[in-house]
Design a protein around this ligand. Structure first.
Ligand SMILES: *Cc1c(COP(=O)(O)O)cnc(C)c1O
Length: 419
């Protein structure tokens, strides 16, 4: 990285030492097709820093046993570390109580848990759920399954051509049958940061609980669930520099206590006979079976790493990258940015002439640049903008302005190939 010092000064009025941060990520040192890796697919999965990798190795090397079971030392140690991770998540989300933090497989499973435990248990034919036009499939399909099973009605908040939700239309969707609002905090396909605080306040006036899909928010902007006053919040570890296989469902204790378990099995019970079973207290009621222990502990370590840098700083750095990239690509003839909301996280979705996004992705990959090409698990968004797919560059705090320059040069190369 020539000129790295100059670049980082320009990029980082916030004082984040990007060169030092990058040194923590071994994978960023590798090359792809003989070129330095430029990893711009962070909205799909982010990379893992050495302290988190070390934590996983340390756990497997010195601490592993099953949790919540044994009297032996290792089991107690693993349990303590796993529960410490839960505590870290509680602090990270600004939750009031550890019992409100449920370990799940990821954002997807968190939403499915709410669909089963709340939707299936309490919603009746004719009840209504409000979703938005920019949801990830993970926040559409479970509700469609419920619709088909229970004959509930899905109401969709429309958006404008910039990718902002129409709040007037949102307010009109409420009626006496509205039982849940389930919306994304930040759109993975467009980058839009939704005004969730106002949207939750509106739902509150109607006495309707709100689930926020925070998969793209938790890694990029400070989140405080008590401050937002949301009822449910989900996110995935692997988009927050942690391991795959674990994620979090936050739920208000009063709601979780009323809800039905999602899966049955060990750990989620207090007492079992063939006649009847009494369920465990929250959060364990929702955690059947042996969990992803190492991954949970790794998530705790990733949260330490992220909060060590600071989400305010991360947001400022990523915002600088997005502004720089947006300005740079606006000069490229034939490039159309999909998603131009006023408040955006660092997601740059675009189309280029009539070149297929898969071709854009492939040619960029040959230059070492990793972007995602496709519908981003948000096909309704693609339909809304009249495209089949986009190419998407999504930034993390370890990306640099120099990498944005590489992306812009890469896009020019794509155009030359197709000229
Ligand atoms: C990635 C993502 C999900 C799904 O997360 P998984 O880790 O695949 O469960 C849900 N919603 C949004 C907005 C996402 O970006």
């Amino acid at each position: 990285m020539s000129n790295a010092l100059h670049i980082s000064e320009k990029a980082l009025p916030d004082g984040l030492d990007v060169d030092r941060v990058r040194a923590d990520f071994p994978i960023l040192q590798r090359s792809i097709h003989g070129k330095p890796l430029v990893y711009l697919d962070n909205a799909a999965s982010s990379q893992m820093p050495q302290p988190v990798i070390d934590r996983l190795v340390h756990y497997q090397t010195h601490e592993h046993a099953n949790v919540h079971r044994g009297v032996h030392t290792l089991s107690q140690l693993a349990t303590t570390e796993y529960e410490n991770a839960r505590h870290k998540v509680m602090d990270f989300l600004g939750a009031a109580d550890e019992r409100e933090i449920i370990f799940v497989r990821g954002a997807t499973e968190g939403i499915n848990l709410v669909m089963h435990g709340y939707g299936r248990a309490f919603l009746k034919e004719g009840d209504e759920i409000i979703l938005s036009a920019m949801e990830h499939h993970a926040n559409i399909v479970p509700w469609q399954m419920l619709r088909d099973e229970k004959k509930v009605v899905l109401r969709i908040i429309p958006m404008d051509d910039t990718g902002e939700l129409l709040l007037d239309e949102y307010e009109k969707l409420f009626n006496a049958r509205t039982k849940l609002v389930a919306i994304t905090h930040v759109s993975n396909a467009l980058g839009t940061i939704n005004p969730v605080r106002e949207m939750i306040a509106t739902a509150r006036q109607h006495g309707v609980p709100v689930l926020l899909d925070g998969a793209q928010a938790a890694p990029h902007i400070p989140v405080n669930v008590q401050d937002l006053d949301c009822d449910f919040y989900v996110f995935s570890s692997h988009k927050l520099c942690g391991p795959t296989g674990v994620g979090i469902l936050y739920g208000k204790a009063a709601l979780l206590e009323k809800m039905q378990p999602y899966q049955g099995g060990g750990d989620m019970i207090l007492n079992v006979t063939f006649e009847r079973t009494t369920y465990n207290e929250i959060p364990y009621k929702f955690e059947a079976g042996t969990p992803a222990i190492a991954a949970g502990i790794g998530l705790g370590s990733a949260i330490d790493y992220i909060t060590g840098i600071g989400l305010e700083r991360i947001a400022a750095h990523e915002h600088a990258l997005l502004s720089y990239a947006t300005e740079a690509v606006q000069n490229i003839k034939g490039l159309r940015i999909i998603g131009t909301a006023r408040h955006k996280a660092a997601v740059l979705s675009f189309t280029l002439d009539d070149i297929h996004p898969h071709d854009i992705g492939t040619i960029l990959d040959h230059q070492g640049i990793a972007v995602r090409a496709g519908h981003h698990c948000a096909q309704p968004v693609m339909q809304r903008f009249g495209v089949a797919a986009t190419a998407r560059a999504s930034f993390a705090f370890y990306n640099t302005l120099e990498e944005v320059d590489a992306l812009v040069a890469g896009i020019h190369t794509v155009q030359k190939v197709f000229a």
